[in-house]
Design a binder for this molecule. Structure first.
Ligand SMILES: NC(=O)CC[C@H](N)C(=O)O
Length: 313
């Protein structure tokens, strides 16, 4: 990002964020995981970090929240690193569904009965079963360290309350896992796989963590501080492509038109977005639109993308 764009961004961000905050009244905080319903619906924060070491925060940024579906990008990458492309894509597809993230409609409707992609819940549950490790504890620890390394502070902590809350109420995810077991797609004990899945969804991060993780992806897998290769380039390419086609659930098409950046959202209200080769962005705004994306977060990104011509397309 050039000097003049950076100064305009620094100067304009506080007021653009306040303007976007007014959108929070149009959405709702997720309540199907009871613990998430405690979040402040009017909260909104953004952190951006550039490849040349600049960073900027606005709004409520310091508080931690659970990654929810944002973690799916990284478990996909870890599963690819553990198993390779052929194994992973024999168990999940590569296509968007156009349905909501927790829909199981197409699992039965379209053969061969594997989840359409790794970012919908059914796909991410299968991915959880592909994480390497000899015990559940080891699998979870590996995920905590891997994502922690990308955030620049390892290992990330699990929010036990959110984990338990989802474990007690995740009937739909549980039913999908049994369905996938019956189809022969999911191996291992359902409760073990779900423990890994619910725990990675409950990893605690803040906006700066998300921005740094996004920055690693924007650098095609290199650590922004040390230059160390953390992820093979090919797997970042796969992850970024899924972020464009499926990252914002069944709002991905509209988001691609309005914002035009690879991004991933979670039902806690987090969004991780990246400007390839330039910057990583982390957002939290728990009030969600009908697709389950942060309503004010999407509004803010749309404004910024237009203002600075960020769209890749
Ligand atoms: N969209 C999401 O963020 C969903 C993640 C959440 N843990 C679930 O399985 O429902």
């Amino acid at each position: 990002m050039n000097e003049s764009n950076w100064s305009s961004l620094s100067a304009g961000l506080p007021q653009w964020l306040e303007h976007a905050r007014s959108e929070t009244s149009l959405g709702k905080v997720a309540s199907y995981i009871p613990e998430l319903s405690k979040a402040d619906p009017s909260s909104l924060g953004l952190h951006i970090r550039t490849v040349d070491g600049r960073s900027l925060s606005a709004g409520t940024c310091g508080d931690r929240f659970t990654m929810q579906s944002i973690s799916k990008v990284f478990t996909l990458i870890l599963a690819l690193m553990d198993n390779g492309e052929d194994v992973v894509f024999s168990k999940v597809g590569m296509e968007p569904t156009g349905d909501s993230f927790n829909s199981m409609l197409k699992l039965e409707l379209v053969q061969p009965g594997i989840p359409f992609n790794p970012l919908i819940n059914a796909g991410a549950i299968v991915i959880s079963s592909l994480i390497g490790g000899s015990s559940n504890e080891e699998k979870v620890t590996r995920i905590q360290s891997f994502i922690g390394k990308l955030a620049g502070r390892e290992p990330l902590q699990i929010d036990e309350q959110t984990y338990r809350s989802e474990c007690q109420t995740g009937h739909l995810n549980r039913s999908m896992a049994y369905f996938l077991t019956d189809n022969g797609v999911l191996k291992g004990k359902v409760e073990d796989v779900l423990e890994v899945y619910f725990k990675h969804c409950s990893l605690l991060v803040d906006c700066a963590d998300l921005a740094r993780m996004a920055l690693v992806l924007s650098l095609d897998g290199l650590d922004p501080d040390t230059g160390e290769r953390l992820i093979p380039r090919r797997f970042v390419q796969i992850a970024k492509t899924f972020m464009v086609t499926c990252g914002m659930y069944n709002g991905s098409g509209e988001f691609a038109i309005d914002v035009g950046l690879p991004a991933k959202s979670g039902v806690s209200g987090g969004i991780m977005a990246l400007l390839p080769g330039q910057a990583g962005i982390g957002i939290i705004g728990p009030s969600l639109n009908r697709h389950g994306n942060s309503v004010a977060g999407v509004h803010l990104l749309k404004h910024l993308s237009k203002e600075f011509d960020w769209s890749l397309f």
